[in-house]
Design a protein around this ligand. Structure first.
Ligand SMILES: Cc1ncc(COP(=O)(O)O)c(C=O)c1O
Length: 395
C-alpha cells in the first residue's frame, strides 16, 4: 500500500527508539536505570481519580462540546486569572486531548504553506515536526550557553523574514529547564510587536519552577502580547495526569473559533470523564502540587550535586524536570573500542551499560544528553554511579 510523501517525510521519534532498546535489554534480564521519563513518576492524586469515578457513575460518558465542557472552560478561565493574571472569556478557550494536540491545532490555524515559525534551540522536537506537517518552515535559532539557552531580542530579529508568522516559546523549557524572566519576555515582545508576529507559548511546566523563580506568561507583558499569544497548557505534568489526555489553549476569539472548527474535524472533544476530573484538578490540590514540586526539587539538587562531584558540566535547570548534561568532552572518545561520535552513540552505549537517557541530537543539541529527574533518589544515586563508572572507562 502507498504511504503518502507527507508521512514519509516525518522521522520516527528517536526517544521511542531508545525506549524500545531499554525494553529489549530489560526483557533479556539486564538491569537498566531509566532517566528517559517525560512524565511525573507519581500516581494521579486520589481526589482526581475519585472525581473521574464519580463522572462515570453519573453517566458522563457522552460527547461534550468540541471546545470542552462549559464547567471545565470556566475552571480554565479562573485558573488563567488566578495563576497568570490573564483575563479570557470562555469562548477564547479550547480544550483538547493534550497540550500536544493544542499545539498542533494552533500551528495549523496560524501557518500557511511556506510560512516560517521561529523555534529557539534546544527545543522539544515535536514543534519542528508539527510545523512541517502544517506546511510551514521551522526556522531554528541556536541559543547560547551565556544567555542560559534563551533566545535574545537580537537573535530573534536576525531570524525574522517577510515569511515569519510566529515564534514558539517554551518556558520552563524541555529539555534545558530554562525559564524566561519578565524582563527577558518584555524585551522579546518589543521585537515581536515591531514585526507583527504571533507567539505560541507552551507553558505546560509552569508550576514546576525552583529556587524561588517565578513563571511569567509572555501574554501578560503587553496589550499586544495578550492579543497575539496563544497560551498552551494542560493537566499532564502539573497533576501527574499524562495518560488522561487533557490539554487546553487560550487564544484571541477569531483564532480560538478557527481552532474549534478544525478540531471538530480531527480529534473532536477530549475524553468526557477526564474533562470532568480536570475541573476537580484545576480547582484544588495546591498542597499536592507543592509536595510533588518539592520532591522534584530535591531530586534536581541531588543530581546537580552528583554532577558537581563528578566534574561534569550541565545547564542548571530552573524549571520542568529535566537536566541537560554537557557531554562535549566525551565526544571523540571510545568505550571498549566503540567510538562516541555524538549524543546518539553516547546514549546507545550507555544504555548497554545500564543507564538510559535521551540523546541531545533530536533537541538540536548534539553535545548534550537529557536526564529526567522524574525518578526516585535511589535510582538517581545508582544511575549516576553507573555513569561515573562508564565515563572512567572512556579513552
Ligand atoms: C514542552 C512540552 N509541551 C507539551 C507536551 C505535551 O503535553 P501533553 O501530555 O499535554 O500532550 C510535552 C510532553 O512531553 C512537553 O514536554
Amino acid at each position: 500500500m502507498k504511504i503518502s510523501k507527507k508521512a514519509q517525510s516525518i522521522p520516527s521519534s528517536m526517544t521511542l527508539e531508545i525506549s524500545a532498546k531499554v525494553k529489549q535489554l530489560k526483557s533479556e534480564g539486564k538491569s537498566i536505570i531509566g532517566f528517559t521519563a517525560g512524565e511525573p513518576n507519581f500516581n494521579t492524586p486520589d481526589y482526581i481519580i475519585d472525581s473521574a469515578k464519580e463522572a462515570l457513575d453519573k453517566g458522563i460518558t457522552k460527547y461534550t462540546p468540541v471546545s470542552g465542557m462549559p464547567e471545565l472552560k470556566q475552571a480554565i478561565v479562573e485558573k488563567f486569572k488566578r495563576d497568570n493574571g490573564l483575563e479570557y472569556e470562555p469562548s477564547q478557550i479550547v480544550v483538547s486531548d493534550g497540550a500536544k494536540s493544542s499545539l498542533f491545532h494552533a500551528i495549523y490555524c496560524l501557518v500557511d504553506e511556506g510560512d516560517e515559525v521561529i523555534i529557539p534551540a534546544p527545543f522539544w522536537f515535536t514543534y519542528e515536526e508539527q510545523v512541517k506537517i502544517c506546511g510551514g518552515k521551522p526556522v531554528i535559532v541556536q541559543t547560547k550557553a551565556e544567555n542560559g539557552y534563551k533566545i535574545t531580542p537580537s537573535e530573534l530579529e536576525s531570524a525574522i523574514t517577510d515569511k515569519t508568522v510566529a515564534i514558539l516559546i517554551n518556558s520552563p523549557s524541555n529539555p534545558t529547564g530554562a525559564l524566561y524572566s519578565e524582563e527577558e519576555l518584555k524585551a522579546l515582545a518589543v521585537v515581536i510587536e515591531k514585526y507583527d508576529l504571533a507567539v505560541i507559548s507552551d507553558e505546560i511546566y509552569e508550576k514546576l519552577v525552583y529556587d524561588g523563580a517565578k513563571h511569567v506568561s509572555i501574554a501578560t507583558v503587553s496589550p499586544y502580547m495578550k492579543e497575539n499569544t496563544i497560551v498552551v497548557n494542560g493537566v499532564s505534568k502539573t497533576y501527574a495526569m499524562t495518560g488522561w489526555r487533557v490539554g487546553y489553549l487560550a487564544a484571541p476569539k477569531a483564532l480560538a473559533g478557527a481552532i474549534n472548527r478544525v478540531q471538530g474535524h480531527t480529534t473532536s472533544n477530549a475524553c468526557s470523564f477526564a474533562q470532568y476530573a480536570s475541573v476537580t484538578a484545576l480547582n484544588g490540590g495546591e498542597d499536592i502540587i507543592e509536595s510533588m514540586r518539592n520532591d522534584f526539587d530535591m531530586r534536581r539538587k541531588c543530581m546537580c550535586s552528583l554532577l558537581d562531584e563528578m566534574g561534569i558540566d550541565y545547564v542548571k535547570p530552573q524549571g520542568a524536570f529535566y537536566l541537560f548534561m554537557d557531554i562535549s568532552r566525551f565526544i571523540g572518545k571510545s568505550f571498549e573500542g566503540k567510538v562516541i561520535d555524538g549524543s546518539m552513540a553516547f546514549a546507545s552505549i550507555l544504555t548497554e551499560n545500564g543507564v538510559a537517557l535521551i540523546p541531545g541530537l533530536p533537541f538540536h543539541a548534539d553535545n548534550f544528553v537529557r536526564v529526567s529527574y522524574a525518578v526516585s533518589v535511589e535510582d538517581i544515586k545508582e544511575g549516576f554511579q553507573r555513569i561515573k563508572a562508564f565515563i572512567e572507562k572512556l579513552n
